[in-house]
Design a protein around this ligand. Sequence first.
Ligand SMILES: Nc1ncnc2c1ncn2[C@@H]1O[C@H](COP(=O)(O)OP(=O)(O)OP(=O)(O)O)[C@@H](O)[C@H]1O
Length: 387
Amino acid sequence: MNLTTALRGDIAGARRSPASAAVHTTASVHVQAQAARGGSIALQGVGKTYQSSAGKVQALHDIDLDIPAGRVFGIIGRSGAGKSSLLRLLNRLETPSTGEVRVDGIDLAGLDENALVELRRRIGMIFQHFNLLSAKTVAENVALPLKVAGVPREQRERRVEELLELVGLASKRDTYPSRLSGGQKQRVGIARALAHHPEILLCDEATSALDPETTQAILQLLREINRRMGITIVLITHEMSVIREIADDVLVLEQGEIAECGPVWQVFGSPRHAATRALLAPLQHELPDDIRRRLQATPPEGPYETIVRLRYSGDGGLEPELARIAALAGGRARLLHGGIDRIQGHAQGRLLLAVPGTRGLSEDASHPSNLSGIAHDFEVLGHVALA
Ligand SMILES: Nc1ncnc2c1ncn2[C@@H]1O[C@H](COP(=O)(O)OP(=O)(O)OP(=O)(O)O)[C@@H](O)[C@H]1O
């Protein structure tokens, strides 16, 4: 069996399987998610070089990656890091200059035109600017891929109804895109991308054009689609908050290379690469300016507070226990600033404490031996004189 035949067989199998049916009940949802086995992606030694008028641009170098079926996989990086190039390799909108891209074990380089069309039906895609046809209604936009594939009208209409129900747009079926909000347009984009029961959904900055509230709603919809249908989701973004909200795993790209990759809680809790730390900075609670201005390296004469930063990485189930923290300062620790997020069941974040009192008390309270075991690490940032 050659690769093309293998892929066609695979696709036909996927279509017959319950994994490709629309889901309406919780019980069938569960069965379907379990039955969905397709949708794994593997990259080996992948590089991408573009030829431009200014010369060669190496967008990706030597990328090795395994995305198991059914995961939500986030790719983040600064502008120009190579995110779009990587995403577009997964449905062969781009071809790698070196290495292999495999979907369910099949090397995409070996696909002929027909197999490529089938591949793209297995891999839906949504876009930052939605890419809807303005002269077609919501229902017509969603029906388009089915029409192109020659799906009979009755079947097409049934599927469109299911999809519009799924994305919460049943009442907008005859509306034109110009009369929809950004969030509604993206819902149409999602419905259209799901038309052929794909096993993989690629999201190209899908929420970058949306306000924060709509972003939340779209991310929630994508998460639900992943859970209910077992679809692998690969999304690219430049916002860590999107990754935190939806992804199981995250890959940080920096200048075309993998800076780090792993479960979201681990990468957020213990970022190892400077690029990751820079991307996380907007989510972190740094020292507020009013405190920074008053901070002194050595304890002043007279009453003062010591400012201590506790960090929680999510490792080993360690969580901020307020009673233990307060006990260290004789019940007088003050929570100044900070926040704890719960990511995949792991508590992580930073807390800034002011430990008030006399010279002896604050030094004692912020002593390393006292704080170890209360947080993953801590830092005495300095001292602030009390008026
Ligand atoms: N078609 C192309 N021709 C030449 N160079 C390209 C092409 N596409 C991308 N590049 C270059 O490859 C590098 C990676 O681009 P890519 O669009 O993949 O990054 P990105 O992380 O998605 O960036 P952004 O967040 O700004 O969209 C950049 O230096 C870019 O200029």
